[in-house]
Design a protein around this ligand. Structure first.
Ligand SMILES: [Zn+2]
Length: 296
């Protein structure tokens, strides 16, 4: 396939992928969906069984790469905010050749972040911007704006800050949201609402604070109303997993949203993830609950 046709194919696959992600309640796609992904009448395999890279025969360069926090290669965002993707296997060639080609041609590709076996958060388009042969890693830009760094290996402070912001928005936030929503089975912990497009992954301890890590035990799946109420200290959650509504809201008289949506939640137990290790951390809940008590 010539380069122009290849770029067009990539564009169409990504447009279809965007629709699929938007239609998914938690922003995740399954291995089954990605193994036979139909685009304009042609079926594409976007993941290769047992490998972290997909190099379709028809294409000149790699189409997708896959990684996870605990994967065998230890891929991770690096200091510069560019994502480090380790070479496949022990040779420099093989699958790596087409990834190197993606760098030369500057074609967009797709990064799949594996939440758990069989479940992925797609991040795209991403670009291979450097081949760090001594360290056997490719540097991946998570945004178009990071494609043209003069020196990707040593991008300078301003570019690093920008790259970190991009990594947060394009990788960490979607992965956090998908992880939390999956853990709570796509339900609001307070009211049990089950519409993914109306749900957020709320931080218990805010992002940016020391212990505000984007991990499931620092998260709560909340609908938009309960998320806003939680952030505004109108709703608190105590370490015994009970909902508390601020006093001034409890005594107010208003319509059904206030009555059913907030007042009747007071004293209820939140819905918890089935897996104990994904439940909200009680110390973090307590720290946050003390702020709620001070505010109300
Ligand atoms: Zn809710």
């Amino acid at each position: 396939m010539d380069l122009e046709a290849e770029v067009d194919v990539r564009r169409r696959i990504m447009a279809r992928l965007r629709e699929a992600v938007d239609a998914s309640p938690s922003g995740t796609l399954s291995r089954r969906e990605l193994s036979a992904f139909a685009v304009d009448g042609r079926v594409w395999r976007l993941l290769d069984q047992g490998r972290g890279i997909r190099n379709p025969k028809d294409l000149q360069a790699t189409l997708t790469i896959m990684t996870s926090l605990h994967g065998p290669y230890g891929d991770e965002p690096m200091e510069s905010g560019l994502f480090r993707y380790h070479y496949q296997s022990s040779s420099d060639a093989g699958d790596n050749t087409k990834l190197r080609r993606a760098c030369e041609l500057q074609v967009p590709l797709i990064l799949f972040w594996m939440l758990e076996p069989g479940l992925y958060v797609p991040v795209f388009p991403v670009y291979v911007v450097a081949d760090d042969r001594p360290n056997r890693v490719f540097l991946i830009a998570l945004d178009e704006g990071l494609r043209f760094l003069p020196d990707p290996m040593d991008p300078g402070e301003a570019a690093k800050r920008y790259a970190h912001r991009i990594a947060r928005r394009r990788l960490h936030q979607p992965v956090f949201r998908a992880s939390v929503l999956r853990a709570y089975e796509v339900r609001c912990a307070v009211c049990r609402l089950q519409h993914g497009n109306l749900l957020d992954a709320a931080h218990i301890i805010p992002d940016g604070a020391d212990h505000g890590a984007p991990i499931v035990s620092n998260g709560l799946s909340l609908c938009k109303i309960h998320h806003a109420a939680y952030d505004n200290q109108q709703l608190g959650i105590s370490p015994d997993y009970r909902v508390h509504i601020a006093h001034d809201l409890l005594v107010e008289v208003d319509g059904p949203m206030l009555r059913h949506g907030l007042q009747e939640m007071h004293g209820q137990r939140i819905g918890l993830p089935p897996r104990p290790k994904e439940r909200p951390d009680r110390d973090r809940l307590d720290e946050r609950y003390q702020q709620f008590l001070r505010a109300s």
